[in-house]
Design a binder for this molecule. Structure first.
Ligand SMILES: Nc1ncnc2c1ncn2[C@@H]1O[C@H](COP(=O)(O)OP(=O)(O)OP(=O)(O)O)[C@@H](O)[C@H]1O
Length: 580
């Protein structure tokens, strides 16, 4: 009945709160039994006309005491539920976070970021109710009917037996609905996320939709999806309401049966008037806990689905612990027979051999989709499932600790991430101890100092993803941060794509400057940027088509020369058009 031992074991701390919750609910039940016992005795005496003032006083005291116990117990139980939920949220979110840290740089190979966010936020929230409400109710729903059965056995055994037998009919009814409900719920969640994705995409691309007047069509598409979702939501609600009706029928039917039993037993002299009244007053209590459990059932189902997702994430294979090597001082990088595929049936790199000597300036060029960025991601430790060897100073890349690798190789792509905050905050990520003078010096190198001086200097605020800066300014700032990082190896992956010529020239000038003292790997589709490289690898469909210096490659009259001529013609044409 949806009790996941592994899940409970994972949040062991919650066990004591669940136990506390059950004990408090049980105390409340005991107080209720005392209350009903006292009331039924008083009613019987009143009926007989022999109620004494003393009995009325004692009943009054018992009523007040029992109500007070019930009040404090229900507050206590709610508190226990809260503590248990708190422990679950804290423990599971910490575990997910630690797992992500252990998965490291390459976590994206195994799980999508959106899934991690969904699991860590919504998934954990769903388990909060599972631990805080469903689990305590599950145990209490077993304990309560047994307690009442024992008490009523002292009053009248046949009535107690009939009531106890009727209780399991509720879980049987729940189990009958479960198989159908599971299928329906998984369909419901599928449509829910699908609708959410479409809605978000259309909202983000609204300007584009307006430009191409495709918004009406997209609206119609979204309406159709929303209508499908409405229908399935109604189905889920109908299923939930129907199952509640079935449970109510069993619960109140069972209680009515108990009442009938009590009355017939009273008529046949099998039970006293007090006993008969007590059975009538307590009959409903036999079923209420199980009925309550039934209404938590749907929450528990969602909790189970969420826990499956959480464990799938927690069970992902991790980087091996024996990875202990530091980044070697000789940082010549060698790839030999390197092959890589994202999908098993489509190989992207086919056994390439490349060398990036220490202190050299090497370029990777080739047509779009030939595998340049894939190679850069392998060198950064983001793509791990390769075959062949990649080594740094003779040490396999896979045995170098990720932290050490990232401290020694700085990667700058065309979409460098800048965070919301000040320019200073972003720059200090590169070198936390840097002084303001150092920050200004590096900003001057990337030609950003003047612009920032006209703003609020280092305290200039950046919006999320630096949306208040131009593309060129973002890249200059990202380069400044990378220069502060001061690592022996730099990889520039199309770092000057989609930016203005002036920014491109500034950035390229700095890259050339950097190449005098560091190992620089430059991935670029624009060949004019790689003319000065010591060595150029030309990739073609995942293989090294040719390599050499710019002059050597031109003299071969092969692929490089063809790409070079095509680009030169295009750029010349562009200049002429601009001149006209
Ligand atoms: N995450 C991914 N999953 C599956 N396939 C991918 C993934 N990333 C890239 N690819 C595929 O791998 C091939 C090489 O992509 P890569 O980004 O390395 O090329 P590139 O040479 O850097 O291209 P560009 O110059 O256009 O950036 C492409 O065919 C692309 O479709």
């Amino acid at each position: 009945m949806m009790i996941n031992k592994r899940l409970i074991g994972t949040v062991a701390e919650s066990k004591k709160y669940i136990a506390g919750n059950v004990i408090l609910q049980w105390c409340s039940l005991a107080a209720n039994i005392a209350l009903m016992l006292s009331i039924s005795r008083m009613l019987a005496e009143l009926f007989r006309g022999s109620a004494s003032a003393q009995l009325l006083t004692v009943t009054g005291i018992v009523v007040i005491l029992a109500l007070a116990v019930r009040f404090f117990c229900s507050i206590g139980a709610a508190k226990m539920g809260y503590f248990s939920s708190k422990a679950v949220k804290k423990t599971l979110r910490e575990k997910i976070y630690q797992k992500l840290l252990r998965l490291g740089n390459s976590y994206n190979e195994q799980v999508k970021t959106s899934e991690v966010v969904q699991v860590a936020v919504e998934g954990v929230d769903q388990l909060e109710t599972y631990f805080g409400a469903y689990l305590p109710q599950f145990f209490y729903a077993m304990l309560a009917p047994l307690t009442l059965f024992i008490v009523l056995c002292f009053v009248n055994v046949p009535a107690a037996v009939v009531l106890l037998i009727c209780v399991p009919l509720i879980p049987v009814a729940i189990a009958a609905v479960q198989t159908w409900a599971k299928k329906l719920l998984s369909k419901y969640w599928g449509q829910y996320t699908e609708l959410g994705d479409t809605f978000l995409e259309n909202l983000q691309g609204l300007t584009t939709l307006k430009i191409y007047q495709a918004d009406a069509f997209k609206q119609q598409e979204m309406n159709e999806r929303a209508e499908k979702f409405r229908k399935i939501t109604m189905k889920v609600l109908t299923m939930q309401l129907n199952s509640i009706t079935i449970m109510d029928l069993i619960a109140y039917g069972g209680a009515a049966l108990g009442v009938i039993m009590a009355v017939t037993q009273y008529q046949s002299g099998g039970v006293s008037l007090e006993g008969c009244l007590l059975i009538i007053l307590l009959a409903a209590d036999f079923f209420i806990p199980m009925r309550q459990l039934g209404s938590f059932f749907h929450i528990a189902m969602n909790g189970m689905a969420a826990s499956d997702k959480i464990f799938r994430l927690l069970d992902l294979e991790e980087t091996k612990l024996e990875i202990t090597e530091s980044f070697p001082s000789d940082h010549t990088i060698r790839c030999s027979g390197l092959s890589f595929s994202y999908d098993p049936d489509r190989e992207i790199l086919h056994g390439v051999d490349l060398t990036f000597p220490q202190g050299s300036f090497t370029a990777l060029v080739g047509e779009s989709g030939c595998g340049k960025s894939t190679l850069a991601a392998i060198l950064m430790g983001r793509n791990r499932g390769y075959t062949g060897t990649v080594s740094v100073g003779g040490v396999p890349l896979s045995s170098i600790q990720e932290e050490s690798l990232l401290r020694n190789i700085t990667y700058i792509s065309h979409q460098s991430y800048l965070f919301k905050g000040t320019v200073r905050d972003n720059l200090l990520m590169g070198k936390p101890a840097a002084s303001d003078e150092e920050l200004w010096a590096v900003l001057s190198r990337v030609n950003l100092a003047e612009f920032l001086k006209a703003e609020q200097g280092l305290d200039t605020r950046l919006l999320e993803k630096a949306s208040n800066l131009s593309g060129g300014q973002c890249q200059r700032l990202a380069l400044a941060r990378a220069l502060l990082h001061d690592s022996p190896v730099y990889i520039f992956d199309e770092a000057t794509s989609n930016i203005d010529v002036e920014s491109e020239n500034d950035i390229m000038r700095e890259i050339h400057e950097l190449a005098k003292s560091k190992t620089v790997i430059l991935v670029s589709h624009r060949l004019a940027n790689v003319v000065d490289a010591n060595h150029i690898y030309v990739l073609d469909h995942g293989t090294v088509a040719e390599s050499g210096s710019h002059e050597e490659l031109l003299s071969r009259h092969s692929l490089y020369e063809r790409l070079w001529t095509a680009q030169q013609t295009l750029e010349q044409f562009g200049k002429e058009c601009a001149g006209v």
